[in-house]
Ligand binder design. Structure first.
Ligand code: BGC
Ligand code: BGC
Length: 727
């Protein structure tokens, strides 16, 4: 995936005792087995590990922040990785600026005796959002509303190209958090409140990582934040998830199981705690469950200075380092204090507090991904992808995602879609002409900012170009100047940008006074009011809704605001469905599908322009059900991921899926369904939250099992007694 600068590669070979050659390093030219790309990765890793000193191994496990590390530091301390925190960009912030930064750091890494390349990580969480001019895709909550995993995979691919074009190898995405309380400031990073919805969107990993990690423009993906980040009490960011282990497994674990099944290269551990125990020290959940039971073979990465939080005091200690590494942390994100960390880690190994086997395992995991990415063969930035950054093709894809993510919640008297001609339109609201507001946090900076911070099309610009010369569009940010001569008023209101804990809302979840004042001006004119809500989560709007003729939830659409106007004017009829249950009032939080509370709008709600909610996808094939069944096997066990779709016309409540095993497989543990086995016959039934399967609905679940040699696929599946199609 990386380009090789012939001159630098030649210099590298000189250092390795070879005559300078302008050709890329080839098998014949490789001096040592680990440098030979024709050998299997496992063999290369073993060879390299055998040559590494303790300092080399310690350095591989450390990730420092770009602003506080120099190429010389990479050489001296043998650092394995560098990251950009949110908004941490080189000057100039351009594709070339980023690629130059990358290459200069990489030269530092390659100046070490073993020339092990570094890997560069960045939060490309809705497009490559730290890079000026990048395409900004909708935040995950909007993508969840699309219910379109294939679209999300294409967004992953486009993002990977824009990441590659800026020289980086690794994105800290996707967040596969299941947001269970809208008060949480990271709700918009979640694809939705239900594990099966989030799991279905892990297709983004396929897009990011491509068919092969060393394929064109493939980057390493990160499923984060393991585990239960979206389940904290009161929705407090970095808080405590107080659940039984069974609930944790049913709600928060399935998307990670699915990400592992798709081969995700890294997993970021959560700042949060599980029943009072910090995840960064949680050996059972990291080593036993994630690496053991789920069979994760990539590497774990700690969150931003999170090791520092283990003992609840500021400043980190050797004891915290010991706890985290022994719990199963492989790569440590120690943005600023990395030098202290290097010292502690080395001392902890020398004193036997961390076994060498643990250090070797962490190195093996990290180096395996570096080899798989092709970093040893192509260590430098691949500048040919720079032209994809903010390209027309990617912006078209983003606009499609925006269209599909819009959820129409109210449409009194069919006021939408608006005609493009036939009378004046009035547009107001603080987010109507504000690219920063419509993009949210993690946009050019960590927190994001209001104002026209990025390149793109505001919602107002989208509206103006939709109507062209057919109607007059008057814009007034605060709504002043409206009168009864307009045929409709569009108010674009909602939340201003935030990220992480700064977005936690403990009090009201309502609109701010600016928005309420704008809306009352519009309302007073007597003109029909269409509200477009730009927000990272559902808001408490029940008391205002009666004053509005229409309500469109736009989420945080990103740079392509024309996708919103496409829906307003009917160029695209809405198909989005709520990824979250919409509260009647903030006091209902936490509020989730199936918990018995009465919402304002149910999970899955979304109107179309013919007045109905979107119909379920038409049944395909002749069976009453469709099953996809995939396993990841190792010599003595396997994990399986199953998705079952009711393609019939009646709801199955409860559903029950049956199959038989012919190879002596034994189910040991399951998630998102109860899977039991009697002899060779296996039965899976849903948990309380997915016990029934509506026509057209799909649910996913997984389990692990033991093996004696082979793992033949079941010959057939039946759902409530009827034969299923396999897919
Ligand atoms: C966030 C992560 C992010 C990391 C690096 C942390 O504060 O929790 O999601 O990947 O910073 O920017
Ligand atoms: C960084 C973010 C990081 C945050 C954590 C910020 O300075 O830019 O990436 O997530 O700190 O506190």
């Amino acid at each position: 995936m990386r380009a090789l600068l012939a001159g630098l590669a030649a210099a590298t070979m000189v250092a390795a005792g070879f005559a300078a050659a302008p050709e890329p390093r080839t098998a014949a030219a490789a001096v040592l087995p680990y440098q030979d790309p024709t050998l299997p990765v496992a063999q290369r890793v073993t060879d390299l590990l055998g040559r590494m000193t303790l300092d080399d191994k310690v350095g591989q496990m450390v990730q420092a922040e770009r602003a506080v590390v120099s190429p010389g530091d990479l050489t001296t301390y043998r650092l394995g990785s560098v990251l950009s925190g949110g908004g941490s960009a080189p000057t100039p912030n351009s594709a070339a600026g980023w690629a130059d930064l990358y290459d200069s750091l990489q030269r530092g890494a390659l100046a070490t005796p073993l020339q092990i390349p570094m890997i560069y990580g960045i939060d490309a969480v809705h497009g490559n959002n730290n890079v000026a001019g990048a395409t900004i895709f909708p935040h995950n909550i909007g993508l969840g509303a699309t219910r379109d995993p294939e679209l999300v995979e294409r967004i992953g691919r486009a993002t990977a190209e824009e990441v590659t074009g800026a020289g980086q190898d690794w994105t800290f995405a996707p967040c596969v958090c299941v947001a269970r309380n809208d008060r949480w400031g990271r709700t918009y990073e979640s694809y939705g409140e239900k594990p099966d919805l989030v799991s279905s969107m892990t297709t983004v990993i396929d897009g990011l990582q491509g068919d092969r990690l060393d394929g064109p423009a493939s980057v390493l993906a990160t499923a984060k934040h393991y585990v239960g980040d979206g389940g904290t009490t009161n929705g407090v960011d970095q808080g405590d998830t107080q659940l039984s282990e069974a609930e944790l497994r049913a709600i928060h674990l399935p998307p990670f199981a699915e990400a592992v099944r798709r081969g995700v290269g890294s997993i970021m551990i959560s700042f949060s705690s599980f029943n009072g125990a910090k995840l960064h020290g949680h050996k059972y959940l990291i080593t036993d469950v994630l690496k053991g039971e789920l069979g994760f073979t990539g590497f774990t990465v700690s969150d931003w200075a999170a090791v520092d939080q283990l003992d609840g005091r500021t400043g980190f200690t050797q004891a915290e380092v010991v706890t985290a590494v022994n719990a199963g942390l492989d790569m440590l994100m120690v943005p600023v204090d990395w030098k202290t960390f290097v010292g502690y880690l080395r001392a902890a190994v020398q004193s036997g507090q961390i076994p060498t086997s643990r250090i070797d395992d962490a190195n093996r995991r990290i180096l395996t991904k570096k080899f798989e990415l092709g970093l040893f063969e192509h260590p430098y930035a691949d500048r040919t992808y720079a032209s994809t950054i903010g390209s027309a093709a990617h912006r078209t894809l983003a606009r499609q995602a925006v269209r599909e993510s819009q959820v129409l919640l109210k449409n009194q008297g069919g006021v939408l879609p608006l005609a493009k001609a036939g009378g004046k339109l009035f547009v107001a609201g603080k987010s109507a002409d504000d690219l920063g507001n419509q993009s949210g946090g993690w946009t050019l900076t960590w927190q994001g900012a209001s104002g026209n911070t990025i390149t793109g099309t505001s919602i107002l610009q989208g509206i103006r170009s939709a109507v062209g010369s057919q109607s007059t569009v008057t814009y007034s940010r605060d709504g002043s100047g409206i009168d009864g001569t307009y045929r409709a008023a569009i108010a674009v209101v909602g939340e201003t940008p935030y990220a992480e804990g700064q977005g936690d809302r403990t009090g009201s979840l309502g609109l701010d006074s600016t928005d309420l004042a704008t809306l009352s001006r519009l309302r007073a004119s007597g003109v029909p009011v269409i509200v477009v809500l730009v927000s990272g989560r559902p808001l408490d709007i029940a008391s205002e809704l009666g004053n509005w003729n229409a309500l469109l939830a736009a989420w945080l659409p990103g740079s392509e605001g024309a996708g919103v106007s496409d829906v307003l004017f009917g160029d695209y009829a809405p198909t989005g469905k709520l990824p979250m249950t919409w509260m009647q009032s903030a006091s209902q939080q936490p509020l989730n599908d199936g918990d018995g509370k009465t919402p304002l709008f149910a999970y899955g709600y979304g109107l179309t322009y013919d007045g109905t909610t979107p119909p379920p996808p038409p049944p395909t094939g002749t069976g009453s059900c469709r099953v996809s069944y995939a396993t990841d096997d190792w010599s003595t066990g396997f994990t399986a991921n199953v998705s079952v779709t009711n393609t019939g016309t009646t709801a199955l409540n409860p559903w029950s899926l049956q199959w038989t095993y012919s190879g002596g497989q034994k189910v040991t543990q399951s998630w998102s369904a109860r899977v039991t086995q009697s002899g060779t016959a296996v039965t899976a039934v849903g948990e309380t939250w997915n016990a029934s399967l509506a026509p057209g609905a799909t649910t996913t679940f997984g389990f692990s099992g033991s093996l004696t040699g082979s793992n033949p696929r079941p010959a057939s599946f039946s759902l409530n007694g009827l034969a299923c199609q396999a897919s």
